[in-house]
Design a protein around this ligand. Structure first.
Ligand SMILES: [Mg+2]
Ligand SMILES: [Zn+2]
Length: 416
């Protein structure tokens, strides 16, 4: 089996709550940072290896057809399938049956979430269900997750116990759900039937998700998408000299700055960069010192960095013992996802700067790039994007990488 290369997007929404932005536009064409929302979605799909996109349009289908008249965007082939505006999602998909690949990625035309495609695909393969939904944590959700990887879908949100919400971004086996497709009605009926049969699988993206359901959320999405000079940085071995094996830097008296790295961060700050720190501190879990002591040290550390113009927007610490098997201890990516949810940035548009091969692995698990700093490390299994003796040596490369991302955001088609 191979991952889908076709994406199918429901584009029939009216966008009533987005007026006046959508006075004569279908909802997926609502402008986000000056371009239609659909453009951003298709660019994301292109980066994940999607080759063909099928747009299932209805209301003001002419607007979508005109915008994609060339049949391509960001290197992806686009096909528009217009159906009557009053049709519902299930009906649109049923009518598109002859145009569907055997396996495809199905999206709603109003949700946006980091597409962790390799992880979603692994989940689909492991789950062996006809449909794998992407979900994210939400208090008033419509999805309950089960230990066997299946999910219960509660479209009316009445059953209670739902801890997640479904975002679309689902992998669908065409033939396995063909019999369920309603000739009329909403696609959510298909999800309900699969759920009742125990044939619905779910992938928890753990990342922040966005939507254009109303103007406030559309502006939040703009924050998420807007290019931003934000870097993730490790602490021990990058900001300060590491303590000997099994020992920890607990107090400012033991905190020895690595000058070349701090100078590098200062140069990056001059170029407009801000920082988040991501650090394992298992000494807390081992009972050697308290999280309060870590916070006290970090308050001093951030003040010292600020004196050099280095702005740290957040510090993320895993306090657990490695035997706790938590989801946040690097090389797991839990802290990266927590930072992403709280600061709304694109993990695939940033880098993690660490001194350990596990930092490279953690960055890969989080979907961001990595720079391996220093020379006291073995060969990593998978190479980082760059290896440097210190951060100062990496400054021109980092600036160039972000400039490339900024340019490709401004002119996406030229970049592909
Ligand atoms: Mg380190
Ligand atoms: Zn942890």
């Amino acid at each position: 089996m191979t991952p889908p290369e076709q994406a199918v997007i429901f584009c029939g929404g009216l966008g009533t709550r987005l007026r006046p932005l959508t006075n004569d536009l279908p909802k997926p064409m609502a402008p986000v940072l000056g371009r239609p929302f659909l453009d951003h979605l298709i660019e994301q799909l292109a980066e994940s290896g999607i080759k063909r996109v099928l747009l299932l349009s209805g209301y003001r289908a002419d607007q979508i057809a005109r915008h994609y008249a060339s049949g391509r965007h960001a290197g992806v082939a686009i096909r528009c399938q217009a159906t009557p505006a009053e049709w519902e999602t299930g009906q649109r998909l049923a009518a598109a049956q002859p145009l569907l690949d055997e396996r495809y990625l199905l999206l709603y035309g109003d949700n946006y979430s980091p597409l962790r495609y390799a992880s979603l695909w692994s989940r689909h393969l492991a789950g062996q269900r006809p449909l794998t939904l992407t979900v994210a944590p939400k208090v008033t959700g419509n999805i309950r997750l089960h230990d066997d990887g299946t999910a219960t879908y509660d479209s009316s949100r009445t059953q209670g116990g739902a801890t997640h919400v479904e975002l679309g971004y689902m992998i669908v086996e065409r033939d396995a759900i063909a019999a369920l497709e309603p000739a009329q009605g909403s696609f959510s009926r298909v999800l309900s039937q699969l759920s009742d049969q125990g044939r619905l699988a779910a992938f928890d993206t753990e990342c922040a998700y966005e939507s254009i359901s109303d103007l406030a959320r559309l502006h939040q999405l703009e924050t998420h998408l807007r290019p931003r000079r934000l870097l993730l940085v490790d602490r021990d071995g990058v900001l300060n000299r590491k303590a000997p094996r099994g020992c920890y830097v607990q107090h400012r008296d033991e905190f020895v700055w690595i000058d070349e790295n701090v100078a590098g961060l200062a140069a990056l700050a001059q170029a407009g960069f801000e920082f988040l720190i991501v650090s394992n501190q298992a000494g807390v879990g081992r009972g050697l010192f308290t999280l309060d002591a870590v916070d006290t040290l970090h308050a001093w550390m951030l003040a010292e960095l600020a004196r050099q113009g280095i702005v740290v927007r957040g510090v993320y610490v895993c306090p657990h013992h490695w035997e706790d098997h938590c989801s946040c201890r690097k090389p797991r990516a839990g802290l990266f996802f927590q930072a992403q949810r709280e600061h709304r940035f694109r993990l695939d548009r940033t880098l993690y700067l660490g001194d350990d091969v596990r930092d490279v692995t953690a960055a890969r698990n989080a979907g961001c790039g990595s720079i391996l700093v220093g020379d006291e490390h073995p060969e990593p299994d998978a190479p980082p994007d760059l290896t440097v003796p210190d951060i100062l040596a990496a400054v021109p490369w980092i600036v160039a990488r972000f400039e490339h991302w900024e340019q490709s955001f401004a002119t996406p088609s030229a970049a592909n």
